[in-house]
Design a protein around this ligand. Sequence first.
Ligand SMILES: [Zn+2]
Length: 151
Amino acid sequence: MKEEYMRAALREAEKAKKIDEVPIGCVIVKDDKIIARGHNLRETKQQSINHAEIIAIQKACKKVGSWRLEDCDLYVTLEPCCMCAGAILQSRIRTVIYGTTDPKGGSIESTLHMYEQPGYNHYPKVESGVLQNECSQLLKNFFKEKRLKRK
Ligand SMILES: [Zn+2]
């Protein structure tokens, strides 16, 4: 089941790749149904905040009709950055599940450990490593192709 949702997030990441965006994808699941999807659109829209998670959270809030996403689980191919980890916390998302870690900005275990800071009134559960290989290969191949094109 978890793998299935991560596959859906990977399909979102593929959509980003097709339009030359860094391939990161996200889906939000409620009651065993995907209620929102998003992929990275930072370049397309020239918006620093247009990360896959933010786009999916905005869609999910619209769908649910509330900023509270308490019964929702968020699947994302890459460890969330500080902005997205914060947005996940603010939306009270129940669980965040990510595929691979991001040593250059992941804010759950790689740089910041945001959910280990005391004082918030909500903490999401965290799971990582779901389809780790697929999620990480997609990114690695993307950057490799970019480097080759530049030569
Ligand atoms: Zn982010």
